[in-house]
Structures are given as C-alpha cells and as structure tokens.
Design a protein around this ligand. Structure first.
Ligand SMILES: Nc1ncnc2c1ncn2[C@@H]1O[C@H](COP(=O)(O)OP(=O)(O)OP(=O)(O)O)[C@@H](O)[C@H]1O
Ligand SMILES: [Mg+2]
Length: 266
C-alpha cells in the first residue's frame, strides 16, 4: 500500500550545516502491516515520517500510497488519508476547545460533503460518545469540557481516537507513548493495537523500546544514518531477542547503537 522508492533529503544543502537525513531509502508496506521502527538518535526516523506526511518534498525518489503518486501532494491533502501522532500529547488537540469540538473538527474534516463548521448533530454526538467509551476513561461524560483539562494520557488517547475515527490508510506513530507514565503508556499502546486491528489500519510506529518493537506488529525496521539497516518479519522476527537486535545493528552499521533511551528501556 505504501511504496517509497529511493528517497533522499538533505537539510541546508550547500551550506556548512548540510545534513543528509534520508539517504536513498526504499520501503514497501502491505495493507494491514504494523511495522515498528527503532534506531539511533538522529537516524532519520522522524524525518522519514515527515517525508511520508509531506512536511517537505523529498529531493529525490518517489512516494505512493495505494498506487497513487503523492510525492508532490501537499501535506494538508495527505492528512486526509495519513494520520499522525507525536510524542508530545499536547500536539494533536486544541486545549481551549471542548472534547466534542475537537472530535467534530477531526471527524467532519474527513467526512465527505460536510464542512468542519457545520453544526454538531445529535447523531454525531452519539457517535462521539460511543467512540469515547471505547477508551474506558470516562471521557464520554465530559464532552463539554475543554481538552486542556485532560491528563497527558487522556489527551493522547483522544488524539489517537481522533486520528482513527475516520480510518486513515496509514497511521504514523512517532514515539507516541514515550512521554506518558508506564501505566498510561501501556493503556494507550493497548488502544493502539485494538483500534488499528479493528479498522485494518496500516501502521508505522517509532519506538525506543526494543521489547515493544519486537512484540508489537508483524515487522521491525532498524534505522541508522538515514537508511534502513535491518528489516525483519515473519518467522525470523519471532525468534529475535533484544541482544540479537543490538548485534544485528552492529553488524549492519559497524557501530554500537548509541541511543541511551533504547539501551535503558525495559
Ligand atoms: N528541519 C530540519 N532542519 C535541519 N536538520 C534537520 C531537520 N529535521 C531533522 N534534521 C536533522 O536530520 C537528522 C535526522 O533527524 P530525525 O529527527 O529524523 O532523527 P530521529 O531518528 O527521529 O532521532 P530521535 O530518535 O532523536 O528522534 C538529524 O541530524 C537532525 O538534526
Ligand atoms: Mg525522532
């Protein structure tokens, strides 16, 4: 469903600060793939997500989704079929707007034939409540409260819901549980599994947790220096340990994995 062919991106080209963040990278995803991504600091993981989401156009190569070339499609148009969550739980929602208003914006924006400024109907409201109850956080009774009152975990769960209410073709998760306390992180991760499975959403998830990377989904990528240095799935992946990942990283790059957060994660 996603086809990335030989993309490259250099920031500040031709200057002393030039940095090749993505280097001749190719990736093919099948429908329904759930792929975890792990890598050293500055490996280009978030930059690859930015390239897919259209935060900038790549210097070389092409990106297509379901056979449609989106290499030069602007970001706001890609956002109709590519969902994205960031590490910062404050990023995906508007704090002074109510839960209901935030959901309406996300829902109506992605629904054919309606304007985000149309009235929230009774039917919409019932749908929002039904969706919120899936989170099991009691948010279905707090529709009229500003999102700014929610905890980080509640807010991230809401953002996840908003990004998937109208299922995107592709969901990009950039360490979306890393800023949450362990219990909440687990809850949001469970929701991620349930929601993506229920809606058959193809998903790329960056994590710094090697255990998570190997347990979740069906395929794992290791990134270093703007490239994918390891791509494992199926039978081979099911036997891999954290130690295997580290030694495969070293074999592929000639370097030790230098990300302390990864090395210290449980
Ligand atoms: N907008 C930008 N302008 C200049 N350099 C950038 C920009 N975005 C990223 N970079 C550089 O590109 C490289 C890759 O950064 P990126 O954020 O993709 O790394 P990452 O793999 O997500 O790392 P981390 O694990 O720390 O989040 C880094 O050297 C970074 O400094
Ligand atoms: Mg990053």
């Amino acid at each position: 469903m996603l086809d990335i062919k030989n993309i490259s991106k250099t920031f500040n080209p031709g200057t002393i600060n030039a940095k090749k963040a993505i280097s001749d990278l190719s990736l093919h995803l099948d429908n329904g793939d759930f792929v975890t991504i792990i890598g050293s600091n500055g490996a280009g993981k978030s930059t690859m997500f930015n390239a897919i989401a259209g935060a900038f156009y790549v210097d070389e190569g092409s990106i297509s989704v379901d056979g449609k070339d989106i290499t030069f499609l602007p970001e706001y148009k890609r956002s109709h079929f590519i969902g994205r969550l960031f590490q910062d739980p404050l990023k995906g929602t508007a704090p002074t707007m109510t839960i209901e208003e935030n959901m309406a914006l996300a829902y109506l924006r992605n629904t054919e034939g309606s304007s985000p400024f149309s009235r929230i109907s009774k039917k919409d409201k019932a749908f929002f409540q039904e969706q919120l109850s899936l989170l099991e956080m009691g948010l279905e009774d707090r529709l009229k409260q500003p999102v700014g009152l929610l905890s980080g975990g509640q807010r991230q769960a809401l953002t996840l819901l908003m990004s998937t209410m109208v299922p995107p073709k592709l969901l990009l998760l950039d360490e979306h549980t890393a800023a949450l306390d362990p219990g909440t992180a687990e809850k949001v991760l469970d929701l991620t599994k349930t929601i993506t499975a229920r809606n058959h959403i193809t998903c790329l998830m960056i994590t710094h947790n090697m255990k998570q990377a190997l347990e979740l989904g069906n395929r794992t990528l290791l990134m270093s220096d703007g490239s994918i240095v390891l791509d494992v799935g199926g039978e081979e992946r099911s036997h891999l340990t954290k130690e295997d990942l580290l030694s495969r990283f070293k074999a592929g790059t000639g370097q030790e994995l230098d990300n302390d957060r990864i090395l210290l994660s449980q």
